[in-house]
Design a protein around this ligand. Structure first.
Ligand code: G6P
Length: 372
């Protein structure tokens, strides 16, 4: 087993390290000589894809957060409404789907029973189902109309890391493909985003190489009882995924919140010493989201929180209010989750390791939940 871990202390540590490759492999071979996206496995016809008037993403756990990230990108590029729903909720609430609905089922294993049941239900209602899956020939792709495989390689650790980044990448390929196909006004952006996407593996590597400070903080925080995570826009699902990793691996009570919601409730939780991670949007983004989130850091800090801030390199505005600044390279807002989540994965993994826990097999969890 030591050899399989490639010199890392756990499968999880190895899989976090393998993320640049997982993204690169998921991008590989999916553009033609002219740089246009070409998805050979896309067995749903172009005419059918052009007629899609709604996308519903169904998934569980980490895969559902990949869907939540994808919603922001696909709606922006394609102007198609995207709903994201936990598969077990979708299945039992009489959802409104038609033959113009594209259901996207995201699953690392392809064997999650809740997601399988939702896929069956969607197809019975006449929807087309596209699977985004990491496991060749598993049940979900077999029961779907088409599949877009993530090429993250086998994921052994129970909590998902590299599959998550590969799922976001595959969702982005789908969104860009639909934009290209439908030729709408955002089609010009396709080539530009694809070029940025190809930079991401090297940037993830850069993030991974600069995390000694995060590891040290994680070890030092081994006795922490509760951690909050705030994010806005695509940073919101990143915050929820950061909280999920900490629950799963370190058994610490953790919650991810939309930063804008802070004043509507969660700020009541903040007391002196409370650690709060904040995922900060790029200062180069539109809509002044950056300054709003910087205000949120200020608000929790004023109430005694210990602020751990994930911010783009060069973003000096966060410095006065951050106890710790964790830097990520510059990219577009929509691609930033692929970088911002990495320090949160490493934080949870390192903290759990410091507590002496088995990060590959957390208590009470299964890699693939094959019962409803
Ligand atoms: C389990 C795993 C999670 C995973 C979820 C969905 O709960 O512990 O890490 O995110 O299932 O799994 P899937 O294979 O469908 O992506």
């Amino acid at each position: 087993a030591a050899a399989e871990k490639g010199g890392f202390p756990s499968f999880m540590a190895k899989e976090i390290h393998d993320q640049p490759q997982a993204i690169a492999d998921t991008l590989l071979g999916r553009t033609d000589a002219e740089g246009r996206l070409q998805l050979d496995e896309m067995k749903i016809s172009e005419a059918e894809l052009r007629s899609v008037d709604k996308i519903v993403v169904i998934a569980c756990g980490t895969a559902a957060y990949a869907g939540q990230v994808a919603k922001y990108a696909i709606e922006h590029w394609c102007r198609i409404p995207v709903e994201v729903e936990l598969a077990h909720e979708f299945r039992y609430r009489d959802p409104v789907v038609s033959d113009r609905t594209l259901v996207v089922a995201i699953s690392q294993s392809g064997e999650t029973m809740d997601t399988i049941m939702a896929v069956r239900h969607a197809r019975e209602q006449g929807a087309k189902v596209l699977a985004i899956c990491n496991t060749n020939g598993s049940t979900i792709p077999r029961e779907s109309d088409a599949v877009l495989y993530t090429h993250a390689g086998p994921e052994i650790a129970v909590a998902s890391t590299k599959a998550f980044l590969a799922q976001i990448t595959a969702c982005y390929l789908l969104g860009l493909y639909l934009a290209q196909l439908r030729g709408n006004k955002f089609a010009d952006e396709v080539a530009e985003v694809l070029a940025q996407l190809h930079e991401i593996p090297a940037q993830v590597r850069e993030v991974l190489d600069g995390l000694e400070q995060v590891r040290e903080i994680a070890r030092y925080m081994a006795d922490t009882r509760s951690v909050l995570f705030l994010g806005r826009h695509v940073g919101y699902p990143v915050a929820m995924e950061g909280a999920l990793k900490l629950k799963e691996l370190a058994y610490i009570h953790a919650e991810g919140f939309a930063a804008g919601e802070l004043k509507h409730g969660p700020i009541a939780l903040v007391e002196p010493g409370q650690p709060v991670f904040v995922v900060v949007p790029s200062p180069r983004g539109r809509d002044s989201l950056h300054s709003k989130v910087v205000s949120n850091i200020q608000e929790v800090r004023a109430r005694g929180a210990r602020t751990l801030v994930i911010a783009e390199r060069g973003d000096t505005a966060v410095e006065p209010f951050a106890d710790v600044v964790i830097r990520i390279p510059q990219t577009s807002t929509l691609l930033s989750p692929l970088l911002a989540v990495v320090p949160l994965q490493v934080f949870a993994c390192e903290l759990a390791t410091a507590k002496g826990l088995d990060v590959d097999q957390p208590r009470n969890l299964a890699k693939s939940v094959t019962v409803e």
